[in-house]
Design a protein around this ligand. Structure first.
Ligand code: VGL
Ligand code: ZN
Length: 213
């Protein structure tokens, strides 16, 4: 374990800590609520904090119900393979709300993603069509950010895609491993770490950022 100093040009991106991904939610991630404590502890130490919010229309293309298919099947869409999910994080529903125990008073920017009915977006930077940008890279650049730490749900989908696109956008990126939990569908977690390692995304533990806690 090595201590990591949080610098003036570091940002924390908190991915999708929403009711539907936590205990009792429509797409509950195993042990998802465990990310709350490390994220609540980390956030106050970062000069720039961004949250993401999965935010889908009721008929969203990523929903199994929209295709009369079973959840977790994979279909091919114009932009590539798409896992079909249970309906989750529908605009304006309680499932789309942030978990009530997430306490991040210094969050400055909330990025909603997956809003276009025919395109999913695991990444907080670029939608699944690999073309439509959310504006987050520009926001971080204007704020003078050089390095981003990523935490939240789920490691192997929205955290990984956000980390990879952050790297592609030219940021140094580190995933805070114990502040994430995964869905792990058919080996997706191992594949995600392979991709993250290959892209030069780092990983750390929250106590390396919070020595003494
Ligand atoms: C996510 C599946 C569908 C995530 C979002 O936050 O990782 N996963 N929508
Ligand atoms: Zn989603």
């Amino acid at each position: 374990m090595a201590n990591i100093d949080i610098k003036h040009d570091d940002a924390l991106i908190i991915v999708d800590v929403q009711n539907d991904f936590c205990r009792g939610g429509a797409l509950a991630v195993l042990d998802g609520d465990s990310v709350l404590a490390p994220i609540n502890a980390l956030a106050p130490h970062f000069p720039v904090v961004v949250q993401t919010q999965d935010w889908h229309t009721p008929d969203h293309v990523s929903f199994a119900s929209s295709h009369r298919r079973n959840a977790f099947e994979v279909i091919t869409l114009p932009y590539g393979p798409q896992v079909l999910w249970p309906d989750h994080c529908v605009v304006g529903t309680g499932g789309a709300d942030f978990h009530p125990a997430l306490h991040v008073p210094n969050v400055q920017m909330i990025v909603r993603k997956g809003f276009h009915p025919s395109v999913d977006s695991y990444s907080a930077f670029v939608e699944a069509d690999h073309a439509t940008r959310t504006g987050l890279a520009g926001y971080l650049r204007e704020r003078g950010v050089g390095r981003v730490f990523v935490a939240g749900l789920a490691t192997d989908f929205c955290v990984a895609w956000t980390a990879l696109d952050g790297r592609r956008a030219g940021f140094e990126v580190v995933v805070v491993e114990d502040a994430c939990r995964s869905i792990d569908l058919d080996g997706s977690l191992a594949r995600a770490w392979q991709d993250l390692d290959a892209a030069g995304v780092g990983r750390c533990q929250s106590d390396e950022l919070l020595p003494g806690l």
